[in-house]
Design a protein around this ligand. Sequence first.
Ligand SMILES: Cc1ncc(COP(=O)(O)O)c(C=O)c1O
Length: 350
Amino acid sequence: MTAVTQTRWEVGGEFHSPVETPRPFHPWPRPAVWYALGRHAVEALVDLLRPRTLWLPDYFCHEVAVGWEGLADVRVYEDDPRWEEPRWETLHAAPGDMVVAVDYFGVRGEAGWEERSGAGAFVLVEDHSHDPFSPLAVASSADFAFSSLRKTLPVPDGAILWSPRGLDLPPQPREPADGSELKLAAMLLKGRYLANGGDEGLKERFRRLQIEGEERLARTSVAAASPAAREAVIGGAPLPWRVRRADNALHLLGSLSGLQTAEPLFEEWPAGAAPLGVVLLFESHEVRDRVRETLREAGVYCPVHWPNERPASERVRDLSARVLTIPTDWRYSAADMERVASLLHEAGTR
Ligand SMILES: Cc1ncc(COP(=O)(O)O)c(C=O)c1O
């Protein structure tokens, strides 16, 4: 299939298909187990290792965390993408407990997990969903590491679990997840929509398929990555995409100086990192929502990492109410970033 030539301008939203995959590829860690969803990796590890307690950061993807509550006794420790490391005094993991550590937006430095988890203190599971090839992921010596791939790669589903320490992995599930074919159909329809200038009927169809596909995926128990997902990433992940993402983030940040109503959550990252996007922290929830809506109307779709609907600390609620992620991935050029920056300047004027 030839890649889509885009005639409709928009930024963000789920990936489309088909796309060209530029070389060189970054190879995947081996051995590895391939799941439909990132959450399946944790579920399979819990099934294998039966921890008494599963520790999660208090700032995390609400939807996923809720699903894990039935698996083990879930407890939270304090962590925040604005900090260099978690508040260690809130993590009381005992030997055999499993602790999920998140590399927020793929830009965290070495936070000190290795010393703390060593000598069997607890089972460390790193979440590299925001960049499976961050310097931290590549150099990891955690017990286990996983990444949900559809955040950074054009796959309908898919996640990888590996053990940097070479520990035994759970068995590879065989059956793909219900819902992944709907997601694939949505990606193909979105490709058509972008190529033919944006037919609203097509948009409605691919959005419906995306939503229904995600809902079905979320209902499946541990399943394998679909053949389409495996096929799309079989040779590895294109390195130029990470480079583009980092370049775009730098470019966008450079064009956002003087923005009145928001400031970047981070402006620097470790050498070799490629942030998931530019994350802005707005002065208030209302301004965040207003700017997000204005951008949406202009065709720029920005996710919130993450909405919070549960009881949480004031810090977690406040952060979740004011953040917005501006996509900077491989689909976009420097000119696209400038257009997004001017939309943000216009929308973000008090
Ligand atoms: C950091 C992080 N980890 C894990 C997940 C879960 O991935 P999945 O939806 O593939 O289960 C998400 C999903 O948004 C995420 O953002």
